[in-house]
Design a binder for this molecule. Structure first.
Ligand code: AMP
Length: 226
């Protein structure tokens, strides 16, 4: 069902944002906008943007606000975003959050619904270093907690499972540091606006999905299943 509103998934790398964002976007029928996925796509296609952001991502640092905002503005101008969308991995800095507020205002959207997926650091490290992604359909596994039936192969389509270049222990530390420095303050920003929902994301994926589903349903002002 279309909704005239944006959902924002905050949370450190490894909180399960990608998995949950895909599920919730599918259930509520809005496009899933992951700035990380968009940039990985640009890198793998070898575009000009990809050439610039590739090395930055490789180091676990943040891409400039200017480039990110340009990418988001172009994406939001597409007709499938007219009734709403779900942001995953965006905004990641205060200027991005302020920029997004202006865009949402100009599109006549209501206040965004923001969820913060909160998880302790030990669990994050396990999730990130154990994460594998299907090179064909993008399905996400974890070698410790959610392994595929056959090692290295996707259950759904037989695609090869690959580790993201930035999921190595060294780069993960950088990414967590960037999160603490630049993104964590956003929870306060949205809390002050009265739009923040904190969800304990150390629970199982299905439990977290249920909690998120409830928040989305309430935001859409309806009962029953999504
Ligand atoms: P993600 O897939 O969301 O973990 O993002 C992977 C990498 O892409 C990050 O470590 C950053 O280098 C870059 N990135 C993704 N989204 C943003 C953003 N909103 N602002 C700055 N850099 C980003």
């Amino acid at each position: 069902m279309a909704i005239n509103r944006a959902f924002i998934f905050l949370g450190p790398p490894g909180a399960g944002k990608g998995t949950q964002a895909k599920r919730i976007a599918k259930l509520s029928g809005v496009p899933h906008l992951s700035t990380g996925d968009m940039m990985r796509d640009a890198v793998s296609r070898g575009t000009d943007l990809g050439k610039v952001v590739g090395p930055i991502m490789q180091r676990g640092e943040l891409v400039s606000d200017e480039l990110v905002m340009k990418m988001i503005e172009e994406r939001l101008a597409q007709p499938d975003c007219a009734a709403g969308c779900l942001f995953d991995g965006f905004p990641r800095t205060l200027p991005q959050a302020e920029g997004l507020d202006r865009i949402l205002d100009s599109k006549g959207f209501g206040k965004p619904v923001v969820v913060d997926l909160s998880v302790g650091e030990e669990k994050l490290l396990r999730r990130l270093t154990g994460r594998r992604t299907c090179s064909v359909g993008g399905e996400i596994y974890n070698v410790y907690d959610a392994p595929p039936k056959v090692d290295g192969i996707c259950d759904n389509d037989g695609g090869k499972l690959v580790q993201r270049a930035d999921d190595t222990a060294e780069v993960v530390r950088q990414r967590l540091a960037a999160y603490d420095r630049a993104t964590k303050p956003l929870t306060e920003y949205y809390r002050r606006q009265g739009v923040l929902h904190v969800v304990d994301a150390s629970a199982s994926m299905d439990e977290v999905s249920r909690a998120l589903g409830e928040i989305v349903k309430r935001a859409e002002g309806r009962n029953g299943h999504l």
